[in-house]
Write a protein that binds this ligand. Structure first.
Ligand code: GLN
Length: 452
């Protein structure tokens, strides 16, 4: 039924870069035979899933939205793909995204944009716009995204779906095409909080193949989502970030957010204002740290090891082939970040830019730590604005970067955060963000389920 739905609507939505019909049918049959053989199957057995194209899938094209990886079929599976398989999910295909996960609208995909199912003239968010649009268009019931600065939560917010960024290190990065390794976090996307929690439980947990994976038990996020759905928040303390109050957010977004906060107080939560003075520096710090790490990570795309190779006519040097390949293979936003990152890391400027940004990162982490001494969770709108028209923010990169104003602090800190739908503004979905302390992913699901 989902493959039929994709055939029916994806010509208009373009959530998928690759639909793996044969693989999906084979995986579904495998689940059937496991069931027939009496195997004990989990709650996601047989459930179709869409996977962001930044995650390595054995034998199935993986482009990261870039021309430089066109035609690459990884010889191995990411850990999370192995776990999805073990859980019995059925992968439908790979979803569209901004090139190398850099962007907030999916317009920077080298394969053309994804369109928001709520209004096809608008963006579905990014970088994981395909994973969110696939849910909103009923092409898949659950999907996988990756969140470096907001790429799970912001698409969730603007498509009226749920997107959760787990604690950094709570989900494995093994087999993820790296953008910014100290920030990249794979996580679940779904149409409701309980489905997201079920998917979270299936993919999370220690992976010895990822050196930053946390060797700690995964909190019971499913039980927490069920507890939150019961609607009792007595004894829960919720913090409003003073620095996020109003400024920069559309009024329709702010009013949907404020109404939701009021609803939470009716469920018994106590709401207080908390100051996080360094959050205002999160965006500039992120746009030094993420490009710096990307300039290093993307050095591996050299025209030799993966995908595209340009100009290899037997007369050119390795360096010329590398340069022609990178010139043709990378899009403008990726080039901008490589240049920015290379500059920020260069010896004369390292302390002034990268070093300074790392210090700001520490100050932001301290803001979170002291906030969580006062409250259980912090809340904010997920994004300052609802889904915008295609083309509205591509001329000025800074306008695009603003989409992640409220999501980026969490990435710099490393804690979990989720976006859950909280109403409409001018007929378009608004997202409510819940941020929790590192490793308290269960707490985040509890509050999110109460919002829902
Ligand atoms: N929009 C942010 C960026 O362009 C975040 C991307 C992400 O989370 N992958 O870097």
């Amino acid at each position: 039924a989902h493959l039929d739905r994709i055939a029916e609507v994806d010509g208009r939505v373009h959530a998928f870069l690759h639909v793996d019909t044969d693989g999906a049918l084979a995986a579904a049959r495998e689940v059937d035979s496991r069931r027939a053989a009496g195997a004990e199957l989990g709650p996601l057995a047989g459930v179709p899933i869409a996977v962001k194209d930044v995650i390595a899938t054995k034998g199935v094209p993986t482009t990261a939205g870039s021309k430089i990886l066109e035609g690459w079929r990884p010889p191995y599976n990411a850990t999370l793909v192995e776990r999805l398989r073990a859980a019995g999910t059925v992968m439908l295909g790979k979803t569209n995204m901004d090139e190398f996960a850099m962007g907030s609208s999916t317009e920077y995909s080298a394969y053309g944009p994804t369109f928001n199912p709520w209004d096809l003239t608008r963006i579905p968010g990014g970088s994981g716009g395909g994973s969110a649009a696939a849910l909103a268009a009923y092409e898949a019931p659950i999907s996988i995204g990756t969140d470096t600065g907001g790429s799970i939560r912001q698409p969730g917010a603007v498509t009226g779906t749920v997107g959760a960024k787990p604690t950094y290190g709570g989900t494995s990065r093994y087999g993820l095409v790296a953008f910014s390794s100290s920030l990249d976090t794979p996580g679940p996307c779904a149409r409701n909080v309980l489905d997201a929690a079920l998917l979270h439980a299936a993919i999370a947990g220690h992976d010895p193949r990822d050196s930053t994976s946390i060797p700690a038990p995964v909190p019971d996020v499913v039980a927490a989502a069920r507890l939150g759905a019961s609607g009792d928040l007595t004894g829960v303390k919720i913090g409003l970030v003073r620095e996020f109050s109003g400024e920069g957010a559309e009024s329709g977004v702010m009013s949907a957010f404020t109404e939701t906060v009021e609803a939470l107080t009716k469920l018994g939560a106590e709401v207080v204002e908390v100051s996080c003075p360094h959050f205002q520096y999160a965006l500039p710090a992120y746009y030094l740290i993420a490009p710096s790490e990307c300039s290093s990570n993307l050095a591996r795309f050299d025209g030799v090891r993966f995908g595209l190779r340009v100009g290899d006519d037997g007369n050119r040097s390795l360096e010329e082939v590398m340069s022609l390949t990178r010139e043709a293979g990378f899009g403008p936003e990726v080039k901008r970040r490589i240049i920015l990152g290379t500059f920020a890391l260069s010896s004369g400027y390292y302390d002034a830019y990268y070093g300074q940004a790392q210090k700001v990162r520490t100050l932001i982490t301290r803001d979170f730590t002291s906030a969580f001494e006062q409250v259980d969770v912090l809340v904010s709108p997920t994004t300052p604005f609802t889904a915008f028209e295609l083309g509205a923010r591509t001329a000025d990169p800074y306008q695009m970067y603003l989409a992640d104003l409220y999501t980026i602090p969490t990435n710099l800190y490393g804690g979990p955060a989720i976006s859950v739908p909280c109403g409409l503004s001018d007929g378009l979905p608004v997202g409510f963000q819940v941020m929790a302390p590192t490793l308290a992913d269960d707490r985040m699901y509890r509050i999110a389920a109460a919002v829902e």
